[in-house]
Design a protein around this ligand. Structure first.
Ligand SMILES: CC(C)(COP(=O)(O)OP(=O)(O)OC[C@H]1O[C@@H](n2cnc3c(N)ncnc32)[C@H](O)[C@@H]1OP(=O)(O)O)[C@@H](O)C(=O)NCCC(=O)NCCS
Length: 160
């Protein structure tokens, strides 16, 4: 079992894992993967890491990636407590079903959080599925009452 930072040669495997994640969580999240998503995802993982705008960690078993997680980095204007304005969005946490409950997601998550701490990020935020929630809460993440979001009406799930 090999826990490591993803490199450029992992792009295709990262895309495949992410597509599997979307398929598996579609019902819970209320959005189905549309045409073009796979290509756009491939472009993202081919381009963003080189710009230092995201960082992925993976677990590899016998030459195959079985788990992944990514942190996307961006900058807000400085605010009290975060003069650099650096924030990170944690996403893409996925472990293939055959390898669950072996601590892979936790190991990836801790590597991403160590990276965020080393780089002095003032905030890490994320959206969680039911399965992921316990992992984040056990590491000190809390839901924030002040958070609101907007999406175009055309993208809103029917029951949302
Ligand atoms: C969530 C997910 C990434 C966890 O992956 P994993 O490699 O099995 O996780 P780990 O073995 O590292 O377990 C981490 C912790 O998560 C919690 N957890 C994992 N699976 C869980 C489940 N099905 N129900 C409740 N808690 C769960 C546990 O607290 C676990 O710690 P513990 O085993 O020490 O109690 C995996 O179930 C998955 O890919 N699910 C589908 C996609 C998804 O929901 N991704 C998360 C997006 S936020």
């Amino acid at each position: 079992v090999n826990l490591r930072r993803a490199s450029a040669s992992d792009t295709e495997a990262l895309v495949e894992l992410r597509m599997r994640m979307f398929e598996e969580t579609a019902l819970e999240v209320g959005t189905a993967p549309e045409q073009g998503l796979e290509r756009a995802t491939r472009d993202y993982f081919a381009q963003e890491p080189a710009k230092r705008l995201c960082e992925s960690w993976v677990v590899e078993v016998e030459g195959t990636l079985v788990a992944a997680g990514t942190i996307a980095l961006f900058r807000r204007p400085p605010y009290p407590g975060n003069l650099a304005g650096h924030e990170a969005y944690l996403f893409n946490m996925y472990t293939v079903p055959e390898h669950r409950r072996k601590g892979y997601a936790r190991a990836i998550f801790e590597s991403l959080m160590a990276f965020a701490r080393e780089q002095g990020y003032g905030k890490v935020w994320l959206h969680s599925t039911h399965a992921g929630r316990q992992l984040y809460e056990s590491s000190g993440f809390r839901s924030a009452d002040t958070y609101l979001e907007w999406v175009p009406a055309t993208l809103r799930a029917p029951d949302a």
